[in-house]
Design a protein around this ligand. Structure first.
Ligand code: NDP
Length: 287
């Protein structure tokens, strides 16, 4: 019987660790603050922003919400980012994606100070991940590594296959697995014989955005499977990129959807904010 990797429980442990760190920083005179910018009122974005706000409340991080109308110009948004970059009371800045089509997401992300890059999407953070320098890690891939390690699997020397190569999940997840000394293969839509490649994996990370693409025929017996995908099926129930019922009988551990990778993203965001505050305070001699 496969271990069901409990992302809810693991993310709770991480949030409790952050809560302790935030309290410790507070005792030493350092407050932690995350500024969250939302443009427009897309319902899914509002849910994500609400979850982040709740996690801030739980961990003791002060959150500042900026709700801008859909019609806001790129210049106005960039001006707000600039103001928050220069506000020493703000440690982390997050711009909820997606942005309306008339605003360049990359221009906005690159405008965020790398020292306040709570989402870990800035090109400097991506470069640091590549070269092994210190930098903020993108939250979902960082959460994937925590799920694997904290559920008792060591990555070193393992055959790791990542399906998907997006900048926010697949690529950074592969870099992090490499950093943990896994032997890493990245697959994508042009990969030939996907099944043969994924079947080699001791650790299989799936982030393709295709409901239930991966069934038992893609998976090696005893593998650890991390399902990043999140979809609503025709019965309005959530499911992942992995067919859980088909795969779970043959693997050693697997994340469910919901309750796997999903809750980890917000927990890792809280961790990045606390780290940004600590590093900022060290830099300015407050700690
Ligand atoms: P993208 O659409 O940006 O990337 C999907 C990747 O999958 C691409 O690299 C694509 O290849 C590859 N791909 C698509 N179809 C196939 C296929 N048939 N075989 C092999 N590879 C394929 O998605 P994201 O990385 O942003 O997200 C992936 C999933 O994870 C989505 O369901 C998303 O909702 C979910 N997600 C969940 C998060 C969470 O917190 N739980 C956070 C972020 C995302 P190519 O590059 O060649 O096009």
């Amino acid at each position: 019987m496969a271990l069901r990797i409990d992302g809810k429980a693991i993310s709770q442990i991480i949030k409790d660790e952050v809560k302790e760190e935030v309290a410790e920083l507070k005792k030493r005179g350092v407050d932690v603050c995350l500024a969250v910018i939302q443009v427009g009122d897309d319902p899914a974005s509002s849910v994500y922003v609400g979850n982040k706000k709740k996690a801030c409340e739980y961990t003791g991080i002060r959150s500042e919400a900026y709700n801008l109308p859909e019609s806001v110009s790129e210049e106005e948004l960039l001006a707000l980012v600039d103001r928050l970059n220069n506000d020493s009371a703000v440690n982390g800045i997050l711009v909820q994606l997606p942005l309306p089509a008339h605003i360049s997401e990359s221009r906005v992300i690159e405008a965020i100070s790398p020292e306040k890059d709570a989402d870990g999407f800035h090109i400097q953070s991506a470069g640091a991940l590549m070269t092994g320098e210190r930098g903020f890690l993108p939250c979902t891939p960082a959460g994937i590594i925590e799920l694997i390690k904290r559920s008792g699997t060591s990555i070193e020397g393992k055959e790791c296959v990542v399906v998907g190569r997006s900048n926010i999940v697949g690529k950074p997840a592969a870099m992090l697995l490499l950093r943990e000394n896994g032997t890493v293969t990245i697959c994508h839509s042009k990969t030939k014989n996907l099944r043969e490649v994924t079947k080699r994996a001791d650790i299989l990370v799936v982030a393709v955005g295709k409901p239930k693409l991966i069934d038992a025929s893609y998976v090696k017996e005893g593998a650890v499977v991390i399902d990043v995908g999140i979809h609503r099926n025709s019965e309005n129930k959530l499911c992942g990129d992995v067919d859980f019922d088909s795969v779970s009988p043959i693997v050693s551990a697997i994340t469910p959807v919901p309750g796997g990778v999903g809750p980890m993203t917000v927990a890792m965001l809280m961790k990045n904010c606390a780290e940004a505050a600590r590093l900022g305070a060290e830099k300015t001699g407050k700690l």
